[in-house]
Design a protein around this ligand. Structure first.
Ligand SMILES: Cc1cc2nc3c(=O)[nH]c(=O)nc-3n(C[C@H](O)[C@H](O)[C@H](O)COP(=O)(O)OP(=O)(O)OC[C@H]3O[C@@H](n4cnc5c(N)ncnc54)[C@H](O)[C@@H]3O)c2cc1C
Ligand code: FES
Length: 282
């Protein structure tokens, strides 16, 4: 049975950077030695709203990357879309503010032991954990190509420094305001055969992850996806985040995406039953 990430710790951490990048806030948090146990794919759960807030649930954010600076020590970078009350509160915090965090949580992307051709696919702020992942894959000798997609240009998160960590980057917007016009999943079948892709890593809206799994079905391509199911506790207690997975014997297991995920094998997820009760559907 899965358990909470054994490296998870709760701490009061200081925000040392908060910069607007397109529609997103790039938030840098000083977390000290915790960076040594954070892996691409892990997430952080942040208490929002301050001590007198009615917002009791922590909000989950993918850890975009970790690094070490001489000024701040170990830092964790997040890419936050100001969406509802909790994320807007976080985005409004000035440098020097303290936040209560629990990290690292969840599973990490599997890193191949031998160099492979990897394709990274990000939708919206789903590109956040992929740049840190690209750096790790490159350091293992993998060729790394990246596709980023969103409905419109302001929702593309593609920082300059991130572009250097991939061999190629193609951008797709549905309204054509940046890069190619269309969905980010459209070029995937062609790229799989042209580049000999062995593994796809993806993060973004569930519909995008489902579409990639449909493409890789009946191929040898492994699809590791970071799912973003709604989470209330983030630590395996409340069962808000359950997802249906198909077992080898065709039975269905409901797993908690906060501790069995967020990174999962896309081939195991029963995408057409996500958000439904499989027992009622059968
Ligand atoms: C693994 C993971 C990674 C994520 N990474 C990012 C990221 O990198 N960047 C980003 O911008 N966002 C990310 N999100 C989304 C983020 O957690 C928030 O959902 C989002 O910011 C909206 O929160 P809000 O407070 O602004 O909106 P609100 O609408 O105020 O709150 C929505 C949040 O409350 C929870 N919630 C509210 N009511 C309930 C309830 N009754 N039961 C259960 N849950 C409830 C929802 O799950 C959601 O997290 C991620 C989510 C997950 C699960
Ligand atoms: S969010 Fe509570 S069990 Fe996963």
């Amino acid at each position: 049975m899965a358990a909470i990430n054994k490296n998870a710790a709760q701490l009061q951490a200081t925000i040392v950077g908060n910069k607007l990048v397109g529609q997103y806030h790039q938030i840098l948090i000083s977390v000290g030695d915790l960076i040594n146990v954070c892996k691409p794919g892990n997430f952080v759960a942040i208490s929002v709203g301050g001590p007198s807030s009615k917002m009791v649930l922590r909000r989950a954010f993918a850890i975009s990357r970790v690094s070490h600076s001489s000024s701040f020590g170990g830092t964790m970078e997040l890419i936050v879309a100001p969406f509802g009350q909790g994320s807007k509160w976080l985005c409004s915090l000035p440098e020097g503010s303290e936040v209560d965090i629990v990290a690292p949580l969840g599973t990490a992307f599997g890193i191949p032991t031998e160099p492979v051709q990897a394709l990274l696919v990000g939708g919206g702020y789903g590109s956040a954990p992929l740049f840190g992942l690209a750096e790790v894959l490159k350091s293992r000798g993998c060729r790394v190509d990246m596709l980023l997609g969103a409905s419109t240009s302001s929702k593309i998160y593609a920082p300059m420094e991130g572009k250097r960590s991939v061999n190629s980057l193609r951008i797709y917007t549905e309204d054509g305001s940046m890069g190619h016009t269309g969905r980010v999943t459209e070029p995937i079948p062609e790229l799989i055969s042209d580049l000999g892709i062995g593994v796809i890593y993806s993060c973004g809206p569930m519909a995008m992850l489902a579409a990639i799994s449909a493409i890789t079905k009946d191929t040898d391509v492994v699809h590791q996806c970071a799912v973003e199911e709604s989470m209330a506790c983030g630590i395996g207690i409340c069962m808000t985040c359950v997802l249906p997975l198909r077992n080898a014997d065709n039975s269905i297991s409901m797993v908690r995406s906060c501790i069995d995920g967020p990174v999962m094998d896309g081939a195991d997820v029963m995408w057409d039953l996500v958000g439904k009760n499989p027992l009622v559907q059968q």
